[in-house]
Design a protein around this ligand. Structure first.
Ligand SMILES: NC(=O)C1=CN([C@@H]2O[C@H](COP(=O)(O)OP(=O)(O)OC[C@H]3O[C@@H](n4cnc5c(N)ncnc54)[C@H](O)[C@@H]3O)[C@@H](O)[C@H]2O)[C@@H](O)CC1
Ligand SMILES: [K+]
Length: 468
């Protein structure tokens, strides 16, 4: 793929945006038939490689997703791979009818008894508007049981493309999902993204859609300038609270994510503080220091009145800040100073912030993150298996599903420390959030399984190395 399309292929579109993008291509001279050929043949090549000569069953529905299925089947037949189409519904669109007419292989009516190695699910794609009827659900489920490899084309049938909501209970698990033209939100939203197996994208020439969300991608991190020194590289101040263990984890990550100097304001030096961490008991002096590039407030903070006062005092210093954990439970609109800020709530903290900012606690996660970002003028990293980053101007970045081994105490502190370290380096809240979230996910990939938050924090260094 040409390098210029790399960034373009990170866009994530909803159904309306995808339709508009297709219409733009059609207006520029490509017809639906050509688009379907590009999509079907691109997906067909993936299927052919996976099938490697083993029998493939293609389940075709009535819409253009079914049309893709007919193209895939013909592509496999042309390449000598055994293929059978199961016709769940006859094609209803012009492009799908044409695709069917061009297929010269075997087709059987909706027959659940067909067996094979690879099932290609082209029953419904982004046009699904309601749950599968009982007969279609049974057909899909029976075929899925009879095929060890299950490839979903565009989105698995039964999944709502814009939300990632399954519209039927008990939908089969796919081993591979091939997105067509652009990523859809379902590819990154729970619970659908956990049903999709490996994700691949086929480029059909879709152009940039203004306002589209993006998938979190590997950031590019600069090495320190030739004349760098510890302060110019960014000094991060971390404000400790009642439980300094959390700030030690955050500091361990922050020391490895790029900041030149990490200072911890704590009433007493924690016993297990890393030697590189400078501990001060003078919070006022730390906040007044001109060299302070960013602040992290919240991990292990406590939720009492004293903690609330320290939070307000810290944010009053008006430095680029990351507010996490207990800090989020105490944050009030009046504490915001308009300086770059990143908020890193999990779902429970998000609900507390929504109460504090008088926002509805309903809607999709990405919509809730966008609403909080708009109300607070902060960048919101809504954490979870399907983390999203929302910016105050409506920017939206969705993260590929994170390692489930991250579900262990302390990993949130590591994320906060990583983002804060990046914020200290350059002061750009959106960029720091993206870099931090990517580094965190990559560190988890590097440490693998059954890791501790401390091991994760140490692996941030290796993750940074991959971005240089
Ligand atoms: N439009 C284009 O230019 C392209 C579309 N492509 C494919 O087209 C797909 C979208 O096509 P469609 O919009 O035709 O959508 P689908 O193929 O998902 O099918 C939608 C049709 O099924 C009906 N329907 C929805 N839910 C149903 C249910 N539960 N039970 C029964 N019928 C139901 C709808 O009323 C509509 O007639 C994409 O996912 C992608 O696979 C690709 O071929 C690329 C090009
Ligand atoms: K499908």
């Amino acid at each position: 793929m040409p390098r210029s399309r790399d960034r373009l292929l990170t866009q994530v579109l909803n159904v309306a945006q995808m339709h508009a993008a297709e219409q733009a291509l059609i207006a520029a001279g490509t017809d639906v038939h050509q688009l379907m050929q590009r999509a079907g043949r691109g997906a067909g090549e993936w299927v052919r490689r996976i099938a490697a000569g083993r029998p493939v069953t293609v389940l075709c529905g009535p819409g253009n997703n079914g049309g893709d299925g007919w193209v895939i089947a013909e592509y496999l037949r042309e390449h000598g791979n055994p293929v059978t189409v199961v016709v769940a519904r006859e094609p209803g669109t012009g492009a799908a009818k044409t695709a069917r007419s061009l297929y010269r292989g075997a087709a059987v009516p909706g027959d659940a008894a067909v067996e094979g190695e690879v099932l290609v699910d082209c029953l419904f794609g982004s046009g699904l508007t309601r749950g599968l009827s009982d007969d279609l659900f049974e057909l899909l489920a029976c075929l899925a049981r009879r095929h060890p490899h299950r490839i979903a084309i565009d989105v698995p049938s039964g999944v709502e493309s814009d939300s990632g909501r399954p519209l039927n209970a008990g939908l089969p698990q796919s081993t591979l999902t091939i997105a067509l033209g652009a990523w859809k939100h379902a590819h990154f939203a729970m619970p659908a993204c956990a049903m999709m197996g490996v994700l691949r994208l086929v480029d059909i020439g879709v152009n940039e859609v203004p306002g589209a969300a993006r998938v979190l991608a590997r950031p590019s991190i600069s090495v320190p300038a030739a004349d760098a020194h510890k302060y110019r590289r960014g000094m991060l101040g971390i404000v400790a609270g009642a439980m300094p263990g959390a700030t030690i984890l955050a500091s361990t990550a922050a020391l490895r994510a790029g900041a030149g100097y990490v200072k911890l304001a704590a009433s007493a030096a924690p016993a297990n503080a890393p030697a590189e961490l400078v501990v001060t008991s003078d919070l006022s002096a730390m906040l007044a220091d001109d060299r302070l590039a960013a602040l992290l407030v919240g991990p292990g903070f406590g939720r009492g009145d004293e903690a609330a006062r320290i939070l307000a005092r810290s944010l009053h210093a008006a430095r680029p800040s990351v507010v996490d954990a207990d800090g989020l439970m105490l944050l009030r609109p009046a504490m915001l100073s308009g300086t770059p800020m990143v908020l890193t709530p999990h779902d429970g903290e998000m609900a507390a912030l929504e109460r504090a900012f008088d926002l509805p606690a309903s809607g999709l996660r990405r919509e809730r993150a966008l609403a909080l970002a708009a109300a607070s003028k902060a960048v919101v990293v809504l954490k979870g298996p399907d983390s999203v980053i929302a910016g105050p101007e409506g920017e939206l970045v969705v993260s590929p599903r994170a390692s489930s081994w991250l579900s262990v105490a302390g990993t949130g502190d590591v994320l906060a420390g990583t983002i804060a370290s990046r914020l200290a380096v350059h002061g750009d809240a959106m960029r720091a959030a993206e870099e931090g979230l990517w580094l965190h996910g990559e560190a988890a990939r590097i440490v693998g399984s059954a890791f501790t938050a401390g091991e994760l924090a140490c692996a941030v260094r290796a993750a940074v190395e991959e971005c240089l």
